[in-house]
Design a protein around this ligand. Structure first.
Ligand code: SF4
Ligand code: SF4
Ligand code: SF4
Length: 353
């Protein structure tokens, strides 16, 4: 790296790699430049103007998320001019909708709230804009509260660039601006597949997991990291637990293999956990009806039947189907059992079908 490939941020010099933005150099070196619309896995847009910084010699403040570092840049991230501009933008965002935090699902987990607090804004100087569109409540998974949308565009980027679902985009103009599906239809009648990526990235309370609404404030939950059990991909997820009940599921950002993304089942299909219909003991069918049994009785019965069938018809009359919803170790044991205990190669797996 040439000695000239350096920039100065807040009086300290840092080297940079070709193509790195000012924001990336700053964050790699522990300097916090606040952002709102910036989404790590997508193309920076510079839409929200929160990450503006002052660059010596430049007439205007510039968006650090979308401006590449250049040799010799001298940058201030918290100068008086920067802070004044940031405060103004935050006030305008607060006035752009109905930001009453008390009953908002994002309270305690809201980027706009954090920014207002950080920059000591207890009230916007501008009048609140009345809601243009009613909240969309048509489906069982996602609420769209347009009155809290700050038009940052993260949901659009997440849907189009991260998930590549192309279900939403920008619609209308000026104060009528709105995030829309094709034909401005509700999610349920659109190309949306309810992966919830847009909800995960929404920095405010404009997109909400409907099943989680009013279940817990952000600070009341314990987040427990686990692996999704729906398929063999092994997505990493957080279970948000309050009073020993799962109230929400989110993807673990920065963690392979899913880096925060989940599918509709992983994100919303957790009601089985506390379902009263959940099986808790083995069932044995007798005379066409099921009865609960102990594990010992059930396993003895299976062993006795397999032994009898093998004796009467040979090991290849038995086949074993395994599952993508169990661990590699359990699948290994299943094939070992088929081959070494039963004596057949008739072992298969649901994910192959
Ligand atoms: S979106 Fe954020 S700022 Fe707006 S009401 Fe909810 S918590 Fe408050
Ligand atoms: S839930 Fe998924 S598919 Fe639907 S709009 Fe959001 S990101 Fe797009
Ligand atoms: S819904 Fe959320 S993520 Fe999408 S533009 Fe509005 S505030 Fe941003």
């Amino acid at each position: 790296m040439g000695p000239s490939r350096k920039i100065a941020i807040n009086g300290r010099e840092f080297p940079f790699k070709p193509g790195e933005t000012i924001l990336q150099v700053a964050s790699r070196n522990g300097i916090d430049i606040p952002t709102l619309c910036y989404l790590k896995r997508a193309t920076p847009t510079g839409a929200c103007r929160i990450c503006l910084v002052e660059v010596e010699g430049a007439r205007n403040l510039i968006a650090s998320c979308s401006t590449p570092a250049a040799p010799g840049m001298v940058i201030s991230t918290e100068s008086e001019r920067v802070v004044r501009s940031r405060r103004l933008n935050i006030e305008l965002l607060l006035a752009s909708g109905h930001h009453y935090c008390v009953t908002c699902e994002a309270d305690g987990n809201c980027r706009l709230q954090d920014l207002a607090y950080k920059y000591h804004i207890d009230m916007s100087r501008f009048p609140e804009r009345p809601p243009r569109y009613p909240a969309e409540m048509e489906n069982e998974m996602i609420i769209r509260d347009f009155s809290r949308c700050v038009m940052c565009g993260r949901c659009v980027q997440a849907c189009n660039e991260v998930q590549v679902n192309q279900a939403i985009s920008y619609g209308y103009r000026g104060i009528d601006s709105k995030i829309v599906t094709v034909g401005d239809r509700p999610y349920i009648n659109s190309d949306c597949v309810f992966c919830g990526e847009c909800v995960q990235v929404c920095p405010v309370g404009a997109l909400i997991e409907k099943p989680s609404r009013f279940k817990a404030k952000a600070w009341e939950v314990e987040k427990v990291q686990t692996t999704c059990s729906y398929c063999g991909v092994g997505c990493q997820m957080f279970l948000h637990v309050k009073d020993n009940r799962v109230v929400k599921v989110t993807g673990v950002e920065d963690s392979a293999p899913n880096y925060g993304s989940l599918c509709v089942k992983g994100r919303f299909g957790y009601d089985f956990i506390h379902s009263p219909e959940r099986l808790k003991a083995p069932l044995i069918r007798e005379n066409g009806r099921f009865r609960e049994s102990s594990w010992g009785e059930a396993l003895d019965l299976v062993a006795e039947r397999l032994t009898r069938i093998k004796g009467e018809s040979g090991p290849d009359s038995i086949g074993i189907l395994s599952s993508a919803r169990i661990t590699n170790e359990e699948n290994y044991i299943a094939q070992k059992f088929a081959r070494a205990v039963v004596g057949t190669n008739n072992i298969d797996h649901c994910a192959r079908l």
